[in-house]
Design a protein. Structure first.
Length: 147
């Protein structure tokens, strides 16, 4: 029951923060694939700095078998990086092809929902626009909702 509540809460958060630019369905674009390739490289090369800049917000919730971690800042992510990006998660990311990403109103899903990302409206240094961000990390995964 607790896992269902957590899953529903995270999906609601992802729905609120994942704003699509167009309304032509859920087609994975070349930009989506390019961002995933950067994300994949960062995870597989332990690029903590890149990933810390790509989390959608802090504190950032991460679902792990031991419970929910709330990553407070970039330094805490670096400290917990190996726990979050375990060999299991890295294997899933390594085996994911950009051509087999799935997209829904919650964003783009890696694996069975272990990682979610999408375009969010962000303001950086006085400039606003859509940018890709990681919106969820979960093991066990957050599955895509059935339609």
């Amino acid at each position: 029951m607790k896992k269902k509540i957590i899953t529903i809460a995270l999906l609601m958060v992802c729905s609120v923060f994942s704003i699509a630019r167009d309304d032509d369905g859920f087609e994975v674009t070349s930009s989506d694939k390019a961002y995933f390739t950067q994300l994949q490289h960062a995870i597989l090369t332990d690029d903590e700095k890149w990933i810390s800049k790509e989390l959608s917000w802090y504190p950032f919730p991460v679902i792990l078998p031991s419970g929910i971690l709330r990553i407070k800042n970039e330094q805490e992510l670096k400290t917990l990086f190996d726990k979050i990006f375990s060999p299991k998660i890295k294997k899933i990311v390594r085996n994911q092809s950009p051509d087999s990403l799935s997209e829904s109103e919650n964003g783009l899903m890696v694996g069975d929902g272990e990682i979610w990302f999408g375009e969010l409206w962000v303001t950086n240094n006085g400039k606003a626009g859509f940018e890709y961000r990681i919106t969820a990390i979960a093991d066990p995964p957050i599955p895509m909702e059935d339609k």
